[in-house]
Design a protein around this ligand. Sequence first.
Ligand code: PEP
Length: 260
Amino acid sequence: MLRRTLVVGNWKMNLTTQQSSLLLRRLQQNIQGHRAVEVVLAPSMLALQPLSVEIDRRKFKLAAQNAYFKDEGGFTGEVSFAMLRGIVSYAIIGHSARRLYFGETLDDVTQKVEAAVRNDITPILCVGETKRERDARETKRVICDQVVSALANLTSAEIDSVVIAYEPIWAISAYGGAVAKPSDVTTVVEYIRLQIRELYGKLAAERVRVLYGGSVDAHDVKGFLSIKGIDGVLVGAASISANKFVNIVSAAYQTHTEVQ
Ligand code: PEP
């Protein structure tokens, strides 16, 4: 089954609202809309609203980098998935920065995934092991815990809309950006689909989109997209450079066309 390729740019805590608009404009000028490739931009929370007005929805969709699982109430400083409904199509959930810097627990991630789906927002669930966990051969246990707990409250029909991003933490640029070997990525991606298959059946395992993330750049994106079972990439640092991101999207389009 050939799933649509998904390229997600996580701008992290970079760019003012004005700079975000400028980057969007440059991307809109230089990226063609492709049926085969879906391009999702995740600017800061502050930039989401203005960008939702400026964005060419035939070419791009928006994602939140995070949100809170309660729909409303006395949760000072938080923004809910309910508030983001209609503004974003996707939300990144359980990113390693959230887990490591902000103490996000497995239970928080479960509730956020559920809240996203409840509000018609597709979760991009990030999972991945630290270098210490990998060296201790705990990768599969960590991935299993993260995947199984995050999806615990979803029905098998709801699983269809979930995207899972495998991001080995040691490969993310902010934590050193070591290069992941395709064979390592393949093993984990197969394992993720196996978990989905055991929990939700063969069809769900075939349908779920799995991304790779970790220092992806224009020169290596094709290699990652050629890995069996990978449907796209989650790009951090390179996504705030218009040139690099344009090249990544065009490489994704070429790769998709080549495998057809
Ligand atoms: C990320 O933070 O999700 C990420 C993949 O970042 P980078 O591409 O910069 O490693």
